[in-house]
Ligand binder design. Sequence first.
Ligand code: SAM
Ligand code: SF4
Length: 329
Amino acid sequence: MPRDSFNREIDYLRISVIDNCNLRCVYCMPLEGLRFLPREELLTPAEIELVVRAAVSVGFRKFRLTGGEPTLRADLLEIVERLAAVPGLGDLALTTNALLLPKLAMPLKAAGLKRINVHLDSLNPLTVERQMRWGSFARVWEGIMAAEAAGLVPIKLNAVVAAGYNEEDVVDLAALTIARDWHVRFIELMPLGGGECATLSIKRYVSNIETRRRIEVALGPLMEFESSNPSDEARNYRLPGASGVVGFISPVSEPYCGTCNRMRLTADGKFHLCLLNDDEMDVRKAIRTGGGMEAVARILVRAVELKPTGHHLLEGRSTRDRSMYQIGG
Ligand code: SAM
Ligand code: SF4
């Protein structure tokens, strides 16, 4: 398994397959001024497979498809099929807003996808419309139900908490875990890309200390338990008598750089060394100028060696060149 210069074992690759999205969450994508990658700049299914084969050859085991909204890729099923067939690949998951899952959940499962994380910020339809824009709670919910029926489990929900939007709604979201064996995770806002979404992310930031307090006041004490995965970015808890898990992902109030195990691949084929930094290494160029699996593996090992640690979120700084929808979260 590759280790970086801080002795962290890096075995998890998050693959962004597209930068476009069918939602416009207030902290992620502005309504105007966006330009998306033309199709020829996106890695093809065969190129993504090549990167994954190279990653497996150097010890990567876990893979996640993300975006933008990955379900907007017309060839998503081909991508999943190709990756699921790579010998030695361990976990293959997808992060999505679930809008297209009613149609896609079953075919994705059949193609070899193991599980999904769904992004949903509230159970209140009015909050969803205001915060995630363009979508609706009913459609996301339908997508979650389709995923569960297809066996893409355990269902994990991700909610980004923003002051003046959904900070009151965290209680209802956490309460979902009482009867359901789902994981509901609360994510602190991070300012990426330097534009209006970054500004909003600083202004509307809510600490998970506050979110946890709000949940405990309403639903009782949260009991911590060990995750089976030491590099899980969430701190996990259970409500009294609950079947599911409440998790807190707190990059700002409780940074977890020390246990980071991930590398990122952008939709235009760059290894992005850390979510909160701008450093990248071009792998698409190597592939398109004739480089095969060994060349890709060499670039990946170098990218791991150069992976930085630490961030400047507390000073309100992170990436300037890329936004969240361009890196994949
Ligand atoms: N569209 C999919 C989705 O929303 O799950 C996948 C891509 S999205 C960029 C991945 C994750 O990034 C989502 O869980 C979303 O909530 C999170 N995210 C986006 N902008 C964020 C921000 N400013 N701070 C923290 N998390 C953010
Ligand atoms: Fe789209 Fe996901 Fe960004 Fe929301 S967080 S705008 S669903 S990419």
